[in-house]
Design a protein around this ligand. Structure first.
Ligand SMILES: Nc1ncnc2c1ncn2[C@@H]1O[C@H](COP(=O)(O)OP(=O)(O)OP(=O)(O)O)[C@@H](O)[C@H]1O
Ligand SMILES: [Mg+2]
Length: 530
């Protein structure tokens, strides 16, 4: 954060709902969360739905986008418009993510992902700025430090992609911090009884936090250190289990007007929030176009508890199994608390299932589980150093060539340079998965030299792996995520020209720095993620 910043603003761009919160640097304990008028009530988040015109220009966001698209659909004019909802999940484990990636809209028509995401972020940014401007006359864009929250289980490519979207939305990179959603929630839960409704977890204690959103379920396990900072003791994990599996009794195909589909989804969303553990009949109002079924009563679909609660089976089972796996792997740690945040954590079904499965655990929910992430992200923007140790989510390394050893190396990797045989594409490990890394410190520093004396640049490719002992960068499960070229003039020095490659976790993001050992010139900013 720069010394000229006056405010920290956090944006939670969620799969189903988005919102923002802010505080001033001078009064950081006062966090304001914008309340959206969602029709019947005010909410800290609005729907992450975006509408683009037939010319692919941004039209509207949130409830406005939903309502306008439904209206267009009713009069049959929606065909050329682009309506997006629940699109954030397309970034999860997407190996081909880049600025040209296309994503399908509600009807399957493609648009550039970067346009869609940046359109949404720009809307939230402009909304916030308009809101601030009316209160603080001389506010300049440079006065704000921005925080954007992202799921902890996203990889470096998805983080980098969100950075590009945010920059395209008009937020300069140096004014932006990426915050991990469950980590932000951890900070929120530690703010004290008055702010989060929870007593802070004491130093020396360990706890598991579950962020159950509408798309991803993220799990982190932390220990509170002596200075009340946090040390991760299990690498962030989770999956795309927030998606609720609903009824598919009706063929919702292209003959059904899209406004009916939106209405059905909205009614389902309302039903989902009503479901509890008592035995009763639930009714769901159906859109007019879907009311010809014999089993309907006065246009409403009647479902008993068994059916309705079965919709929760898959996500709830996935969540419970995952927690069980983590707790088993951390048996030697004394973890006695589970904290639940995120909209889905308000589900009575999920709460009861967790309580009955983990009887020996204390299960806590903060005052505002749906806004825990965005409010905590403001705190993270103010004090990022509070999350002091993280476990590396992947093994990171670079691709190198070494002398070819016939007994060890595959022939398909053999290359010849100046009459000598080399093996290319070897994964040279810098950081191992699960390695404990302190925020802001250099975690590796390796020196490389050219293999061809006439070489005037060294290409560096950054690779990741989920194995702790990767062999080649292109083995299954490994992948190259970025690259850059380091200029090494001075050919007269031949192969005695060194290049240092360092990896630094600057908090939530990996920074790779390379330095020409002769000219001392650093190459960090030119690094390109693929
Ligand atoms: N009372 C409730 N019972 C069940 N589910 C609920 C309840 N309240 C909200 N939800 C669900 O929570 C989800 C929204 O939660 P949240 O706002 O945390 O998600 P998100 O931030 O949009 O998603 P993600 O974090 O995965 O990107 C929705 O799927 C909604 O249906
Ligand atoms: Mg969320």
């Amino acid at each position: 954060m720069s010394s000229s910043n006056i405010f920290v603003v956090a944006i939670d761009f969620g799969t189903t709902y988005s919102g923002y919160a802010f505080s001033s640097i001078s009064r950081k304990e006062q966090v304001f969360t914008y309340s959206w008028n969602e029709g019947n009530s005010y909410s800290p988040k609005t729907l992450t739905s975006i509408l683009f015109t037939p010319d692919k220009n941004f039209d509207s966001f949130g409830k406005d986008a939903e309502e306008k698209y439904a209206r267009l659909s009713q009069i049959g004019e929606n065909r050329h418009w682009h309506f997006f909802k629940r699109f954030k999940l397309t970034l999860y484990k997407n190996n081909n993510l880049n600025e040209k990636t296309m994503i399908p809209d509600f009807t399957g028509r493609q648009m550039l992902a970067i346009e869609v995401f940046s359109g949404g972020i720009r809307y939230l940014k402009d909304h916030l700025f308009t809101h601030f401007k009316s209160r603080i006359e001389h506010l300049r864009e440079g006065d704000i430090h921005w925080v954007l929250t992202i799921p902890a289980i996203w990889d470096e490519t998805a983080k980098k992609f969100m950075r590009s979207c945010t920059e395209k939305a008009g937020i300069p990179g140096k004014q932006l911090t990426l915050a991990l959603e469950p980590e932000s929630a951890v900070l929120y839960c530690q703010l004290g009884m008055q702010r989060s409704g929870l007593s802070p977890i004491q130093s020396g204690q360990k706890f598991l936090l579950l962020d159950c959103g509408g798309g991803t379920v993220d799990v982190t396990v932390h220990e509170v250190l002596w200075d009340m900072s946090f040390k991760e003791i299990h690498r962030a994990s989770g999956g795309p289990w927030g998606k609720f599996i609903g009824i598919v009794w009706f063929r919702v195909d292209r003959f059904v007007v899209k406004s009916d589909v939106i209405e059905l989804e909205t009614n389902f969303e309302l039903l989902k929030k009503r479901v509890d553990t008592t035995n009763k009949i639930y009714t769901i109002q159906l859109p007019l176009g879907l009311r010809q079924h014999d089993m309907l009563v006065a246009g409403k679909l009647r479902l008993d508890s068994t059916i309705v609660t079965s919709f929760f089976d898959k996500p709830v089972t996935n969540i419970c199994n995952h927690i069980q796996e983590i707790l088993s792997s951390l048996r030697c740690h004394d973890i006695s608390t589970i904290i639940l945040v995120g909209g889905f954590s308000e589900s009575k079904i999920l709460q009861e299932k967790l309580q009955s499965k983990f009887t020996h655990m204390r299960i806590l929910t903060p005052k505002n589980p749906a806004s825990a992430v965005v409010e905590g992200a403001v705190e993270f923007g103010q004090c990022p150093e509070k999350i002091r140790f993280r476990m590396s989510p992947y093994t990171y390394g670079v691709s190198i060539s070494k002398e070819f050893l016939p007994m060890k190396h595959s022939h398909r990797k053999r290359i010849e340079i100046n009459g000598k045989m080399y093996c290319e594409g070897i994964f040279d490990v810098h950081v191992i998965q699960d390695q404990l890394v302190e925020t802001g410190t250099t975690i590796s520093n390796e020196t490389y030299s050219p293999i061809d004396p006439k070489q005037n640049s060294i290409p560096i490719s950054l690779a990741i792996s989920e194995s702790s002992n990767p062999i080649f960068v292109d083995d299954p499960g490994n992948r190259v995520i970025g690259s850059f070229n380091i200029q090494i003039p001075n050919e007269e020095s031949g192969c005695n020209r060194n290049v240092e490659v360092k990896m630094i976790f600057t908090g939530t993001e990996l920074k790779v720095e390379a330095r020409n050992g002769h000219t001392m010139k650093s190459y960090a900013s030119s690094f390109r993620f693929h």
